[in-house]
Every structure is written in structure tokens, then in C-alpha cells.
Design a protein around this ligand. Structure first.
Ligand code: FHN
Length: 595
């Protein structure tokens, strides 16, 4: 009797616990609790590794055009058996050591790892009973890579996450969009593939490797049966009750966070957000891809994402022998050195209370009755003083995180003056000042407001930028003080047809009543093909005239937007993905109320 009762209680609790978590009904407090480690972590390592690394984006003398090395089988239409016999059969990374990889991530200050357990080529990096197309059965390496990585994550106390390509699979029958297959062996029912390969392999991954903290589905747009994906996805995550999932399952179920891929966003639309970014231009290793982002650019991306309350998943593509590229090791070491001094300003930090600052970024920590602001200074003051506009609190303590070097502060009407800064910045890129404050924090965020005439002027140097470093030049502010303009907003690569660079400028304005505005811009262009979109509550598209050349500015009426009462984000960007964009300089937008 006692056994039956305890079994009933166990099953009842299991069932209850199964009702909370990813894809289940849970309160926001329950979700926040499940996401707590993710917010604390802020910084993780994405690992794209597989047989594709053996090829440098080239096969039988033909080079792929797109930078993504992990797509070589698709881009060069390599037949499945040929890819298995001549590429997978070469995958023998004799230098692979999970301990070295995971320790490098831990030393860089990273708190979680997401590794490709199976990418689109269908080749799994774990010992799968579901399919023998895996590193143990189909390659000379004969090792379970996922097991070795999961063990090393437990050793170094990093959360273990898995990337799994559930919608696209170029090897197993049915695993890709019917109209995109190139080998007869790929023919089959997608739902059969999903119920057998996906359901089987993810069950194995969730059963055989201990706690899996994060699941990174991919290519949701290729999911061919949304209801099937939802039902299997919802059942699978119950095997890992505390797991968090990204939004790319492809069904109707919402994920736990928004993913920004190769796009560094300036404004978020969801509560949890993650940037994933390649180090060069390919997710996987590609020997010829030497377009490495600098260590300071990667550090800046981490700090910027943290200042917006987001996570940064930085990608490495290990080489076919199992080594991290030297450029990645150098960057991880650079960031690790910075994090060893300044990590407290990143881990568990919340978004900045300021709209924008002219000295760098800000992160925040609210604990009990205390507030701490971390000022990430990029432009180090030469006069030993820093003015923090909009901060209205008295400061308890002010100090450099590096060496706890004490500073003085003086509260003024419009902000706080921090003085006693050393002449030399503690760090060449970003130096951090900590301010401890008794709650409640009292800050004027600095949103843009109407001027005396009732118009709103959005200056170049007040803009926040969403950027796509992958393919584009990064907009920057040029010109003389008081006459600045957004510059460098053009395509990095000469393109037969100008394409939308994907960059965007945003301004956040606060108004006291919902209103309609006429939008005008002072721009300079060199051809009449630039399509822009302007977004408020509504979005409109228009084409800019050719102003003669990129130094000749002309006042242009763009259209009208409506804004709501309160805080609005106004966005000025290129048009749709394939609409023209050559080179635009912008001095300001002028919004004039219509009535
Ligand atoms: O097609 C994949 C790509 O190879 C890579 O894995 C990225 C990483 O987020 N996801 C897909 C492209 O969106």
C-alpha cells in the first residue's frame, strides 16, 4: 500500500513539475526563476563544429559564394553518399580535447556553451542509436563529442546547451523542404523524418548527457508541420524540466528568448534577448575566411548587449583537427582578462536606466535596498572629471572596478560630477566606474522631447544603431560639433545591385499626447535609388532623391508618422531586404506636428 502511495505521489509531482517550464503554462515569476541562470550568465560560447570544416567552402574545384562554411554540402549540391564517403570519412580531429575548449570558455568569463549536436548536413556529433550517421559510427574519430563536452561543462561549472537542426537535414530522407532537395535519397515525408530522427535523437540528447540547460533549435522557417513540431517539441522538453529554448522550433510555440543573429540590435522587443555573432564571417571553420572581428569589437558587443539587458553568444568554428583558431584564442583571452576585473558589471546585470550617454554604456544591479550603476567608459575624460547627466541621486561610493580606486562625486541639478579620475584609463577600450546608490534610483533617462515650437528634432548624435557587422559598413558619426551627420552607411562589398545594408538608426522620444507628425530629413545621397523606411506607430517607405553627391545635403519631405503618448522608438532604415541602398548621410530628422 505504502509503495503504491509513494509511486502515485511521485507520478503526481512529476506530472506537476512537467506542467511548468518551456512551452508549458507558467507565470512570469516562474519563467523569471527558470531564466535566472541565463540572466546571470550574460555571456556564452556558440560552437559550430562538424565534418563541413574539412572543406574550405570548396569541393572538386568549385568554391561556394556565401560565407557560411557549414552550408558547403548544400551550396555545392554534394550528393549525400558522396558527402558521407568523401567528407565525413575524413573527420578525424585528433587534437580535440573538450577540457581545453571548455576551460578556454570559462577563462574568457563565459558561463554557458551551445554546441552543434547535429547541423543541417545531418551528421551528428554524438553516439546515436536513432541513426548511424554520427561521429562514433560514420567517422574514423569514433568518439562521442557531445558526451565529452557535457562532462567538461560539468567540470568547469558551465551550463551545457545544444544546438539541434530539427527542420533542415540534408542527409535523412524527408529532412528538408521538398522543393529544395538535390539528391533522390533526400526524398521522403518531413513528418516521418521529424517523428523518427528528430524525436529519437533529441530524446537521446535529453536522456544520455545529464542536465541540458538550453536548446537552440534552428531553421524554424523550414518546419513543414507546425502542429507536429509543437506536440513533439512540447513533449521532449519535459525530459529536461528546467531547460530554456530559443524561438526557432518553427511551430506556433513561443520560445523563451529572442535571437538576434549577426545583427547587433539597439532596441529590444522582448523580455529576454540574445545576440549570436560569428567571429569572422562563417559559423563553421573556413580556412580562407580571414575577416576576423577585432577583440575590442567583440568586447564592445558584449558590453552593449549587457547594457540593454541582453545576452551575447559569441561563436567559434574549431578547425578540422579540433583546435580553436588562434584569432579566437586571442580574443577569448582578451575578454577573459577584462572580465576578470569587470565581470561583476556584466553578470546578472540589468539594462541601463539611460536612453543614451556620450561616454559609453551603463549596466545596473538592483539588490534589496541598494542600486549599483556600472559606467562603462569608452571615451576617457582628459580633465579627470565625468558628468553623468540625468542621475539625481546622492552617491554612496564611487570607484574604479580596477583596483577599487576611490573617486569623488558631487550632485548637481542635472546630474552628478565624478572627479579624481586618473589621467590614464585603466583599460584601452572600456574602463568601468561603479556607483553605489541607496534605492530608489532617480534618473532622467534623457529621452528626446518636443522643442518650444512643438517640433521634434532627431539629431545624428542622438541616434542608437542596429548594425549588421557581417556584411556592412558600420554607421558612424562624422562632421563638426553641432553639425554632425551619420556617415559610412553603405555596403561594405561592391554589389551588382545595391542592397539594403540592414543597419538602422533609432531615436526614443517622449511625448505627452498621441500625435501625427510630418517627417523631413536633411540627407545627402549620390543616386536616386535609396529606399528608406521610417517607423513610428506606423511604417512608411519612400525613395530618396539624388542630392548630387554625398557631401551635398538637401532637405527632403519623407512622409507622416503617428506616435503614441509616452515613449516611442522612431526608426530610420533601409527598405525591405532586397530594396536598393547605396550610401546615405543623414544630419537629422525633423518631425512637425500636423495639427
Ligand atoms: O543556417 C544556419 C547557419 O548555418 C547557422 O547555424 C546559424 C546560427 O544561428 N543559423 C542558421 C542561419 O540562420
Amino acid at each position: 500500500m505504502r509503495l503504491a502511495l509513494s509511486l502515485f505521489i511521485l507520478l503526481f509531482c512529476l506530472n506537476l513539475s512537467a506542467e511548468k517550464g518551456a512551452y508549458q503554462n507558467e507565470t512570469s515569476a516562474e519563467k523569471n526563476e527558470r531564466m535566472a541562470w541565463y540572466t546571470d550568465a550574460r555571456f556564452g560560447l556558440f560552437i559550430h563544429w562538424g565534418a563541413y570544416g574539412v572543406l574550405d567552402g570548396e569541393y572538386k574545384g568549385v568554391k561556394q559564394k556565401d560565407p557560411k562554411g557549414e552550408w558547403v554540402m548544400n551550396y555545392l549540391k554534394i550528393p549525400t553518399q558522396e558527402y558521407r564517403d568523401s567528407v565525413v570519412s575524413q573527420f578525424n580531429p585528433s587534437n580535440f580535447d573538450a577540457d581545453i575548449w571548455v576551460k578556454a570558455a570559462a577563462d574568457a568569463g563565459m558561463k554557458y556553451i551551445v554546441i552543434t549536436s547535429k547541423h543541417h548536413d545531418g551528421f551528428a556529433l554524438f553516439d546515436s542509436e536513432t541513426s548511424d550517421y554520427n561521429s562514433v559510427d560514420a567517422s574514423p574519430f569514433k568518439r562521442d563529442i557531445i558526451k565529452e563536452i557535457s562532462d567538461a561543462c560539468r567540470k568547469y561549472d558551465l551550463k551545457f546547451g545544444l544546438y539541434y537542426s530539427q527542420a533542415q537535414d540534408w542527409y535523412h530522407p524527408g529532412g528538408y523542404k521538398p522543393d529544395s532537395r538535390w539528391d533522390i535519397s533526400q526524398e521522403g515525408e518531413w513528418s516521418t523524418y521529424f517523428k523518427t530522427i528528430v524525436n529519437g535523437q533529441v530524446t537521446e540528447l535529453f536522456t544520455n548527457y545529464g542536465a541540458v540547460s538550453l536548446l537552440w533549435w534552428d531553421s524554424g522557417r523550414a518546419t513543414q508541420d507546425k502542429e507536429l513540431a509543437d506536440s513533439i517539441g512540447q513533449a521532449l522538453v519535459k525530459l529536461q524540466p528546467n531547460i530554456i529554448v530559443n524561438p526557432r522550433l518553427g511551430g506556433n510555440l513561443k520560445g523563451d528568448f529572442q535571437t538576434y543573429e549577426q545583427v547587433i540590435p539597439a532596441v529590444f522587443s522582448q523580455d529576454y534577448n540574445e545576440l549570436c555573432l560569428t567571429h569572422n564571417r562563417s559559423w563553421s571553420y573556413k580556412a580562407s575566411d580571414m575577416e576576423w572581428k577585432s577583440p575590442s569589437f567583440v568586447l564592445n558587443s558584449l558590453v552593449q548587449m549587457s547594457s540593454q539587458g541582453g545576452n551575447f553568444l559569441f561563436n567559434v568554428g574549431p578547425d578540422p583537427m579540433g583546435n580553436f583558431p588562434p584569432q579566437t584564442l586571442e580574443t577569448l583571452a582578451y575578454i577573459g582578462e577584462w572580465m576578470a576585473v569587470n565581470g561583476e558589471a556584466i553578470y546578472g546585470s540589468e539594462k541601463s536606466p539611460f536612453y543614451k550617454t556620450d561616454w559609453g554604456y551603463c549596466t545596473r544591479k538592483s539588490r534589496d535596498n541598494n542600486e549599483t550603476l556600472y559606467l562603462h567608459i569608452k571615451q576617457w575624460p582628459q580633465d579627470g572629471e565625468l558628468f553623468v547627466k540625468g542621475l539625481k541621486n546622492d552617491i554612496n561610493e564611487a570607484y574604479l572596478l580596477d583596483g577599487k580606486y576611490e573617486l569623488s562625486t558631487k550632485r548637481e541639478k542635472s546630474g552628478v560630477i565624478i572627479s579624481g579620475l586618473p589621467e590614464k584609463a585603466p583599460h584601452q577600450d572600456i574602463s568601468v566606474i561603479a556607483l553605489t546608490i541607496e534605492a530608489p534610483l532617480d534618473v532622467d533617462p534623457g529621452y528626446i522631447h518636443k522643442n518650444k515650437s512643438g517640433s521634434i528634432v532627431l539629431q545624428a548624435n542622438q541616434a542608437l544603431f542596429t548594425i549588421k557587422p557581417q556584411f556592412d559598413c558600420i554607421p558612424e558619426i562624422s562632421g563638426n560639433e553641432g553639425d554632425e551627420y551619420i556617415d559610412n552607411w553603405k555596403n561594405k562589398y561592391p554589389h551588382p545591385r545595391f542592397i539594403n545594408t540592414g543597419n538602422a538608426a533609432h531615436w526614443q522620444v517622449e511625448i505627452d499626447a498621441a500625435s501625427e507628425f510630418k517627417v523631413e530629413a536633411l540627407v545627402a545621397t549620390r543616386n536616386a535609388q535609396n529606399v528608406v523606411s521610417v517607423k513610428g506607430k506606423n511604417t512608411f517607405y519612400t525613395t530618396l532623391p539624388n542630392t548630387g553627391d554625398i557631401s551635398h545635403f538637401q532637405f527632403v519631405e519623407l512622409g507622416t508618422i503617428s506616435l503614441k503618448k509616452g515613449i516611442n522608438t522612431i526608426t530610420f532604415s533601409g527598405g525591405k531586404k532586397d530594396q536598393n541602398w547605396d550610401y546615405v548621410r543623414l544630419k537629422y530628422l525633423n518631425l512637425t506636428p500636423l495639427k
